[in-house]
Design a protein around this ligand. Structure first.
Ligand SMILES: Nc1nc2c(c(=O)[nH]1)N[C@H]1C(S)=C(S)[C@@H](COP(=O)(O)O)O[C@H]1N2
Ligand SMILES: [Mo]
Length: 199
């Protein structure tokens, strides 16, 4: 039998985790919202993708629930320096939602109930990198964390994961969103520590 205490093994495991530069590990789930939590009744909820050609694709809540869901396990990295590892979500891949959308746009402006916006290249929403997520750790997503549904795009800093997501506008030009206009980095890759403009 190995003479190693549980605590020691636990610490070893934690130290061996590789986090993006400047991040620390957290086990709780902080709430970061720029305004009040909007309450969206499910019978009035909708999600839309608006193309650069002026077409709109819409999903009601029952329509979203009827789409095939995935259960991604992902690490979250917030620009305020906390990281939370191996979080479990349920949601619909943007690949499913984009399947019938005709576009040649390169950029996406994500918009939320409540007015929040954030921008990213369209390709960062595709190929299994992003979901419209509606459950967290086996429970329906709490309003403070973006319920009924939020964007989940975990390879970028968490401000790109718009809570209370309402739609995505596809664009030929890159339009900065709420935090990007306020000086946050346009792209926000945690592994390159792209926190603010100029990083
Ligand atoms: N609609 C909306 N989405 C948002 C925000 C917000 O203020 N409004 N804050 C962003 C920021 S800065 C972070 S760090 C994460 C925080 O998500 P959490 O509150 O679930 O931890 O949500 C992002 N999505
Ligand atoms: Mo944030």
């Amino acid at each position: 039998m190995a003479i190693v205490s549980r605590g020691f093994q636990g610490r070893r495991r934690e130290e061996s985790v590789k986090l993006p530069p400047g991040q620390y590990l957290t086990y709780d789930f902080p709430v970061l919202s720029a305004g009040p939590t909007p309450r969206i009744p499910l019978d009035r909820w909708e999600f839309a993708i608006d193309t650069e050609a002026g077409q709109t694709h819409r999903w009601t809540w029952p329509e979203l629930m009827a789409l095939p869901a995935e259960q991604p396990t992902v690490d979250l990295h917030c620009v305020t320096k906390w990281s939370k590892l191996a979080t479990h979500w349920r949601g619909v891949s943007l690949d499913v939602l984009m399947a019938d959308v005709e576009t040649t746009a390169e950029y996406a402006l994500v918009y939320s109930y409540g007015g929040y916006t954030t921008n990213l290249p369209l390709e960062d929403l595709l190929d299994g990198k992003a979901w419209i997520a509606y459950a967290f750790e086996g429970e329906e997503l709490e309003p403070q964390h973006g319920g009924p549904a939020r964007l989940l795009v975990p390879h970028l800093y968490l401000w790109k994961s718009a809570k209370w997501v309402r739609g995505i506008r596809l664009l030929h030009e890159d339009w900065p969103g709420f935090w990007e206009t306020a000086g946050y980095h346009d792209y926000g890759d945690p592994w390159r520590e792209q926190r603010y403009q100029g990083d």
